[in-house]
Design a protein around this ligand. Structure first.
Ligand code: HEM
Ligand code: SF4
Ligand code: SF4
Length: 391
């Protein structure tokens, strides 16, 4: 059932690509750059965030006023605020597209479980930073979000009360809270870059930036959204702790769980979120095909046949897992082509996932998977062809 659903989703993803490639040249297809788009939005967030930091006052009395001053008094302050707000929405949309696309196209298996697991951390912490951002404004929405967040946190079994105290800095909303939230907002956002290092470390040439056309288009769109009267972020009503907030504008990208919490007990929403996230972490380990369909599972780490290697570097460029390095050749190779080589390919065992791509890349038969030899494969193919050939 799960496999069938994924196959169907894969087909729809590919169909969507075909449609989009009819509209744009395929190099511009934004779905090929979902990770790059997320990165672009994150970069904008950091840049605008640094500037916002100079105006923000992290106190219960000063926070709302400082944001209002920035939006209404500081020249182009509204633009800065709008860019930060809409880049956050763009970020979460791009990250979710990126997640679903990698999921539907099976790009999370084997050595890609690292990017997947680090990606899940990026999603959770990215979402957390977004929610913090709404709290920092300290208007009525911030107050409602904080109350619901605290209720969800408090519903955590055993550790709930301690977590709430750590988050608020006291038993209830107090002066200690906003500096903590600011610290978390900036600290966790900076930590996303550490996670990104983990995310990229085993990817070969990750496309971390979208094409310039998309950068310009999206920048234009964000500027428009930030400047137009209908979409420009406005100062809401200031928070009034102790007074119940009955309605506040919903941001569907970040605040959906908070909307749910108006209908369901916070513990149920928290448990639902935790369950979804746990499933997310399990995804790379749910879909393992059986061996009879996939062929040999453990073909062995790729081995370089030293005498044949000419140092041409083709395998080095083709290995998707950065598992091959080229080193100065300590001695000449044995074949005529390898006699005057300058470089020698070396496989880093811990990075090799035994995929065999390098075996196909090497024109000099200088690479083998030890338990799946090229000669055996050719022999089996020849046998199959002979068996099916008309007599
Ligand atoms: C801050 C958020 C994120 C950013 C900036 C980001 C960025 C990127 C980039 C630039 C790539 C390389 C893509 C390529 O070259 O085609 C990538 C790969 C990948 N990402 Fe993310 N990502 C983020 C979050 C996530 C999330 C939430 C997931 C899923 C849970 C995820 C899963 C993956 C996987 C599995 C790959 C490997 C895909 C492949 O090898 O083709 N990422 N990411
Ligand atoms: S089999 Fe070859 S291409 Fe595949 S990961 Fe190992 S060294 Fe890289
Ligand atoms: S492709 Fe083959 S010959 Fe070329 S460097 Fe790699 S192992 Fe050596």
């Amino acid at each position: 059932m799960y496999r069938r659903a994924l196959t169907w989703l894969l087909r729809q993803t590919v169909k969507l690509d075909v449609y989009i490639n009819r509209i744009y040249p395929s190099d511009w297809n934004p779905l090929y750059y979902t990770g790059g788009l997320a990165h672009f939005f994150l970069f904008l967030l950091v840049l605008s965030g640094i500037l916002l930091f100079f105006y923000y006052v992290a106190s219960l009395d000063g926070a709302y006023a400082s944001i209002r001053y920035l939006s209404e008094e500081v020249p182009y302050g509204f633009l800065l605020r709008g860019l930060h707000r809409y880049a956050a929405d763009g970020f979460i949309v791009a990250v979710l597209l990126h997640l679903f696309r990698n999921w539907f196209t099976d790009r999370y298996l084997f050595a890609r479980d690292g990017p997947w697991i680090s990606g899940m951390f990026l999603l959770i912490l990215g979402g957390f930073v977004g929610v913090n951002g709404y709290q920092l404004v300290w208007d009525q929405r911030a107050q409602a979000v904080t109350e619901i967040f605290v209720a969800i946190l408090g519903a955590v079994p055993l550790a709930g009360a301690t977590l709430v105290r750590l988050f608020l800095g006291s038993e209830g909303i107090s002066a200690a809270m906003l500096p903590r939230i600011l610290f978390l907002h900036v600290g966790v956002a900076s930590f996303l870059y550490v996670l990104l290092w983990w995310h990229y470390v085993r990817l070969r040439h990750p496309k971390i930036w979208p094409p310039a056309t998309w950068v310009l288009l999206l920048l234009g769109l964000l500027v428009l959204l930030s400047a137009l009267p209908g979409t420009r972020p406005t100062a809401g009503v200031p928070a009034q702790p102790g007074v119940r907030v009955t309605a506040y504008p919903l941001d569907v990208f970040f605040l959906l769980p908070f909307w749910l919490a108006s209908y369901l007990p916070p513990g149920v929403v928290g448990a639902g979120l935790a369950g979804l996230l746990l499933l997310g972490y399990l995804i790379p380990y749910l879909k393992r095909e059986d061996e009879s369909r996939m062929g040999p599972r453990h073909a062995g780490v790729a081995q370089v046949i030293d005498g044949n290697c000419t140092g041409c570097e083709l395998c080095y460029y083709d290995c998707p897992y950065d598992a091959i390095v080229m080193v100065p050749s300590p001695h000449p190779g044995l074949t005529k082509a390898a006699a005057s080589r300058k470089l020698l390919a070396v496989v880093i065992d811990s990075r090799c996932v035994e995929c065999g791509i390098c075996v196909g890349a090497c024109p000099f038969q200088a690479l083998e998977l030890p338990r799946f030899l090229e000669a055996d494969l050719m022999r089996r193919i020849a046998e199959l062809v002979r068996a099916r050939a008309p007599a």
